[in-house]
Design a protein around this ligand. Structure first.
Ligand SMILES: NC(=O)c1ccc[n+]([C@@H]2O[C@H](COP(=O)([O-])OP(=O)(O)OC[C@H]3O[C@@H](n4cnc5c(N)ncnc54)[C@H](O)[C@@H]3O)[C@@H](O)[C@H]2O)c1
Length: 260
């Protein structure tokens, strides 16, 4: 594989599983040093193992993105170890959904704390580091649910639309410092999260999880759901030299689910 990120430093939140883990593997395969931040310590350790097995350097850091202190400590540890941050991938996220009339405020506040406030803090903590370097790339993980909406997912959709707003504003603010900021908007991707979504949203529609996943696959032009590695490929492209003139965008990776 090309070594587009040889010796670059990449920080990934939510690196233990799914899209974050796939991004860690992709950046490691292309030569990057990868710092993996997550609350799932066992999963995070497995991701770091994969980074090391690819011949790259890896750092596993326990970090709850809901805590600014945790995030500041994690970025400080990365700076102590490697002295710079070239790429931030903000992938930590959770799904919460259900009928609107039954949304518990505590559940909404928690999903906002992880998906929106947590991501804002990641962007905020890395901004001065990248500004001092006069260079950097941030890739925020939004969702097709940030571009459009479906029933029974108002909470999730609200946070993912908010991620696009943060991305646009950060791109304007950080662009003069040579920093690009983009979001990616995956469609349904085969991770633990989509299986939770399939169970919860499927049951609210009277479907099994498998029936819901099959329906969603059939809704796409490609007639299948995404693999996390396919999302990682676009994340890596956005962090590459070929994408230096792309900023402030929210790029759909949905197999042709929503054609606008
Ligand atoms: N899977 C999909 O269909 C899909 C589609 C669109 C967008 N997304 C987004 O992609 C991102 C990754 O999701 P995924 O599908 O890989 O799911 P996943 O559940 O496999 O991964 C999410 C990771 O975030 C971590 N995490 C959760 N809360 C955290 C916290 N408070 N602090 C630190 N880490 C935390 C989890 O431990 C996990 O490792 C999420 O932001 C999700 O909303 C997923």
């Amino acid at each position: 594989m090309d070594q587009r990120f040889h010796d670059h430093v990449v920080v990934i939140t939510g690196a233990a599983t799914g899209i974050g883990a796939a991004a860690a593997a992709r950046f490691a395969a292309e030569g990057a040093n990868v710092a993996c931040l997550d609350t799932n310590e066992a999963g995070n350790a497995a991701t770091v193992e994969a980074v090391l097995a690819a011949g790259s350097r890896g750092l596993g850091l326990s970090c709850d993105v809901r805590s600014r202190d945790d995030q500041e400590a994690a970025f400080a540890a990365v700076m102590d170890e490697w002295g710079r941050v070239d790429v931030l991938v903000a992938s930590a996220g959770i799904f919460g959904g259900g009928p609107l009339a039954e949304v518990p405020v505590e559940r909404f506040e928690n999903i906002v704390a992880v998906n929106l406030t947590g991501l804002l803090v990641s962007n905020s903590v890395v901004a001065p580091i990248m500004t001092a370097q006069h260079r950097g790339t941030i890739v925020n993980i939004s969702s097709m649910a940030g571009k459009t909406s479906w029933p029974n997912s108002a909470e999730y959709s609200a946070t993912k639309s908010g991620v696009i707003g943060i991305t646009r504003s950060a791109a304007m603010e950080l662009g003069p410092h040579g920093i690009t900021v983009n979001a990616v908007c995956p469609g349904n991707t085969l991770t633990a999260m989509v299986r939770k979504v399939a169970t919860e949203v499927g049951s609210s529609l009277g479907m099994t999880a498998d029936e819901w996943l099959e329906m969603r696959a059939n809704d796409t032009a490609l007639k299948r759901l995404a693999q996390p590695e396919e999302i990682a490929g676009t994340i890596a492209f956005l962090a590459s030299e070929d994408a230096r003139y792309i900023t402030g965008q929210a790029i759909e990776i949905d197999g042709g689910l929503v054609l606008s």
